[in-house]
Structure formats: C-alpha cells, structure tokens
Design a binder for this molecule. Structure first.
Ligand SMILES: [Cu+2]
Length: 132
C-alpha cells in the first residue's frame, strides 16, 4: 500500500482548509467591529451632567430634535433656566424645577439656534446648547 497523491483527497483537504479559514476570518479572534468609543450617546438624545457647580460639557452642539437631559450629580440643588436674551426670540423657553441630587430634567430642542442657559440658584453656572 503506497500513499499516492490523490486529486480527490487534495480537493477535500483544500475545501476543509478554505472552510476553516473562512470561519476563522468571519468570527475572528477579536471584535469584528471597532470597540465602542467612550460615547454612550443614544441618537437623538444627549446628557449634560451637573457636577461641582458646573455643567459638563458646558457647550454642546446637537442636531435639532435632540432631547437634552441634565442630571444633577451634586449634593447641592441646581435649577436650569435658559437665558432670557435670544432664546425667547428663537422660540425656545425651558426651565427645570429645582433639581436635588440624582434628579434630571429633559428638554427637546426642535429649532436650530444657540441657547445659553444658567443655574438660577448659582448664576455663575453658565453653559450653552447649540442646535444645528
Ligand atoms: Cu446651581
């Protein structure tokens, strides 16, 4: 009995190899898609944290229709109110209740424009929402 090259055996071997490579190539040894960035942003929604008597981020730019949610992470209460100038003319007016720690307030920006706002309890806390 001699082991002579057999075309059928070679064909089977190649098919097995190709299948193996294809499976490895599809599943891969790492994530097939790039890992998510630090953004955990849901389309159409974004979050502004209130921390250490500041809005973070202080300036955000969002497409119209975006719902912005402010979350108070401070132990102190904060109250979000848009600055009087400009925003009324742009058709937007938003104000939250006084937010204790852990409370949140959401507002949906339907119209493009620049919306400066501040904390009514701490007027030095200023920030801006830019809607495009
Ligand atoms: Cu405040």
């Amino acid at each position: 009995m001699r082991c002579t090259p057999n075309p059928v055996h070679w064909a089977v071997l190649i098919v097995v190899l190709v299948t193996f490579i294809a499976i490895c190539g599809c599943t891969g040894y790492g994530p097939s898609t790039p890992p998510a960035t630090t953004q955990t942003q849901v389309p159409g929604a974004t979050t502004v944290n209130i921390q250490n008597f500041a809005f973070n981020p202080a300036s955000i730019s969002v497409p119209k229709g975006t719902t912005v949610t402010w979350v108070n992470q401070d132990t102190s209460d904060h109250q979000i109110i848009n600055d009087a100038q400009g925003s009324i003319a742009q058709g937007a007016l938003f104000t939250s209740n006084s937010l204790p720690k852990g409370a949140s307030y959401s507002f949906t920006f339907e119209n493009p424009g620049t919306y400066p706002y501040h904390c009514s309890i701490h007027p030095s806390m200023k920030a801006t929402v830019i809607v495009t």
